[in-house]
Design a protein around this ligand. Structure first.
Ligand code: NAI
Length: 282
């Protein structure tokens, strides 16, 4: 049976573990924090129950998926893995330390993937002994619901590593797109940052209200959600941080965070998680 080790059992790691297990992979779910593993088991169980209730997955398949996931705090289990997907905190130093350890632990068969949403793959791969085996697999939240996986080539990523990452993501039910150069923000984070920044500028300049801007995008473009509601859902702090990183890398003024974004962050009005952002939440 093919084995995957998922490192980090937070929001993304637990989702990746779930879809991999449904795709018949044996999953070692690794986290340095045992409480995070307990939370992950509970959230995977609850998510699978919902899929069964909606008749998207049979009770047998859900039960089998649950049995295929082995939570552990011991990273050494990655020695057996055909592919490792890292989903720890979005910090270069933390990710590089994980890739240093994986380089010691993993066999030559292992593809080492990272779920970073913005850090260049080449920078993470610099900590690995074999950077050609390192590839970006950018899944989207919530992983069990979102169909996309953005595959990202680092400077040294081999064709074989990219194709094995694609096979993994496809067997977990995702459709892949390939980003050929690991520019900051890849393709999707660049697009959403540019879109949200322009939307925030139009509102800031009094050209259109936040409500009308989102309505225009939903009804005019057929988007399921407007860019400002998307910013509230993702977290305005997260978007501001992402666009700052892209601006630092490119010096392209369209990525400079608009004053309204910065003011909302300073005021703690960062979206749904704070009850208020561009819109107000009960
Ligand atoms: P999270 O904060 O929910 O989970 C991170 C987990 O990693 C925690 O449980 C933590 O205990 C564990 N961890 C930290 N250092 C570790 C180490 N050295 N060894 C083992 N476990 C360790 O984070 P989340 O939201 O799941 O994000 C994970 C990655 O996915 C980040 O790189 C993030 O940028 C990326 N991502 C996040 C998305 C989102 O919407 N939250 C979307 C796409 C990518």
């Amino acid at each position: 049976m093919a084995q995957v080790a998922v490192i980090g059992s937070g929001l993304m790691g637990s989702g990746i573990a779930q879809v991999a297990a449904l795709g018949a992979w044996d999953v070692a779910l690794v986290d340095s924090d045992p409480r995070a593993l307990e939370r992950a088991e509970a959230s995977i169980g609850a998510s699978l129950d919902k899929f069964v209730a909606k008749e998207k997955v049979t009770a047998e398949a859900a039960g089998a998926a649950r049995d295929r996931i082995a939570p552990t705090t011991d990273l050494d289990v990655a020695a057996e893995a055909d592919i490792v997907v890292e989903a720890v905190f979005e910090r270069l130093d933390v990710k590089q330390e994980v890739f240093r350890r994986l380089s010691e632990v993993c066999g030559p068969q292992a593809v080492l993937a990272t779920n970073t949403s913005a850090i260049p793959i080449t920078q993470i791969a610099a900590a690995a002994t074999h950077p050609e085996r390192v590839v970006g697999t950018h899944f989207f939240s919530p992983v069990p619901m979102m169909a996309l996986c953005e595959l990202v080539r680092g400077m040294h990523t081999s064709d074989e590593a990219l194709e094995r990452a694609r096979s993994f993501a496809e067997s977990a039910g995702k459709t892949c797109v390939v980003v050929n150069r690991d520019v900051a923000g890849f393709a999707t984070t660049r697009l959403i940052c540019a879109f949200i920044n322009e939307a925030a500028r139009l509102v800031e300049d009094g050209v259109i209200s936040a409500e009308d801007l989102d309505t225009a995008c939903r009804l005019g473009f057929g988007h399921p959600m407007g860019p400002l509601a998307t910013a509230d859902l993702t977290g305005i702090d997260v978007i501001a941080h992402a666009t700052e990183n892209i601006y630092d890398d490119t010096a392209d003024p369209k990525f400079f965070p608009p004053a309204l974004l910065r003011r909302l962050v300073a005021a703690g009005e960062i979206g749904r998680k704070s009850g208020k952002g561009f819109f107000t939440y009960e």
